[in-house]
Design a protein around this ligand. Structure first.
Ligand code: IMP
Ligand code: MG
Length: 178
């Protein structure tokens, strides 16, 4: 159990227990879909690490894991949503059933880029599983097959999500004070 709550938290959106229960439900859906062929979970560093490990432990189908890291930037024109791979996967994914595991799908730029990049490596199947989905801010459409929670348009922290690299280790998900 984590100690006292940081002072700059406005309210808790999802408790540890709510997150645990919801991950169990989604892991059940994933286990059903990939029961025969197994699934490779691909985590996007660093935000999705906490979610990926919790999810993986609840999946009853065969599971492999791999990670990649990205960095976001804007070009000289100030175009937002540009992404590049800063650390690639350790292994290829050709012929595998791949689930891209995200902490949050917000504008959709990151997920769309990753889906396009991974699709080029010829997996047998490719889908997205996200802890949080903030559809009001979506700019580019991406297919989200599994989601734990929809959230409102507020900045959130905890369970992997950071503000200036802090708060990832909180067991709950909370709204940060503006
Ligand atoms: P997208 O490309 O706009 O969908 O942004 C996805 C990335 O932005 C996530 O992987 C997070 O790293 C970051 N992000 C977006 N919203 C939040 C938030 O509320 N808290 C923490 N990080 C966020
Ligand atoms: Mg971040």
């Amino acid at each position: 159990m984590s100690s006292s709550q940081p002072p700059n938290i406005e309210r808790i959106l999802f408790s540890e227990e709510q997150i645990r229960q919801r991950i169990q439900e989604v892991a059940g859906e994933i286990s059903d879909k990939y029961r025969e062929r197994g699934v490779k979970l691909i985590g996007v560093l660093k935000g999705s690490v906490f979610f990926l490990t919790a999810l993986a432990r609840e999946i009853s189908a065969p599971v492999k894991i791999d990670f990649l890291a990205i960095s976001s930037f804007s070009n000289s024109m100030g175009t937002p949503g540009l992404v590049r791979i800063a650390k690639d996967l350790d292994e290829g994914i050709q012929g595998e059933d791949v689930l891209l595991v995200e902490d949050i799908v917000d504008t959709g730029f990151t997920s769309r880029y990753l889906l396009q990049t991974l699709a080029g490596r010829e997996p047998n199947s490719l889908a997205i599983c996200t802890l949080l989905d903030r559809t009001p801010r979506r700019i580019v459409q991406v297919p989200v097959e599994f989601r734990c929670f929809e959230i409102p348009d507020r900045f959130v922290i905890g369970f992997g999500l950071d503000h200036k690299q802090l708060y990832r280790n909180l067991g709950y998900i909370a709204v940060l004070k503006p």
